[in-house]
Ligand binder design. Structure first.
Ligand code: CTP
Ligand code: MG
Length: 188
């Protein structure tokens, strides 16, 4: 590849990775959007259990977050299928979306499961729910959803790496923006 084409290649790769990860981003944002809704689903994923004297996952991981995350991921994957059928954003798609339901379910469950595994480790490390824990808070959902996705469809090494890197960068940018406009208490 001519050296002048490198930035263009990397930008293209990043955009493809971000498009691939949209269901995971939706799954990661959904629990926050539903924090004050669907009260009947608000019970904790760990049923309040403790492990070695500390909460298993902590009170911030709820069935409400799981349900909202999976529903949002499926909705986004469905939208990607509609885009595909309409020929929109064709050049960004790494996947074929006829299996949108699997893609949505896998990425949604993967994102929330990755996030919960992170909380499990975070509680063992003695860090309270909601306190930042870099870079795990930023990568948990991306890693989880990618692992579940590649069990269904391999995306290639460059896209895999770009998906993790783009997720980290976007997560930091979005959280900082949310902090400065006052909708988040933690910058990270
Ligand atoms: N949330 C939820 N259920 C989930 C995941 C998240 O209800 N399965 C909601 C909680 O209200 C949580 C918020 O989304 O406070 C933000 O989620 P996240 O940043 O992932 O959790 P933290 O509050 O940082 O908790 P932890 O330290 O356990 O990661
Ligand atoms: Mg957090």
């Amino acid at each position: 590849m001519a050296p002048g084409l490198m930035p263009e290649f990397l930008l293209g790769l990043a955009l493809k990775a971000i498009y691939l990860m949209l269901p995971a981003y939706a799954a990661n944002m959904a629990p926050v959007l539903f924090r004050k809704r669907l009260g009947f689903l608000a019970f904790p994923l760990d049923f309040g259990l403790e492990f070695m004297g500390k909460p298993l996952l902590g009170p911030h991981k709820t069935f409400r977050g799981l349900a909202a995350g999976v529903a949002f991921a499926v909705a986004v994957a469905f939208a990607q299928r509609i885009f595909e059928l309409s020929g929109l954003l064709e050049s960004l798609a790494v996947l074929e979306y006829s299996g949108w339901l699997y893609i949505g379910l896998l990425m949604g469950f993967g994102a929330i499961l990755g996030d919960s595994m992170k909380s499990f480790a975070k509680r063992r490390a003695g860090i309270s729910p909601g306190r930042p824990w870099m870079p795990f808070d930023q990568l948990d959902f991306a890693f989880g959803s990618l692992l579940f996705l590649i069990a269904y469809r391999w995306v290639g090494v460059p896209v895999f790496i770009a998906a993790l890197a783009s997720s980290l960068v976007l997560h930091v940018l979005v959280n900082h923006a949310a902090f400065y406009i006052g909708v988040r208490r933690e910058k990270w």
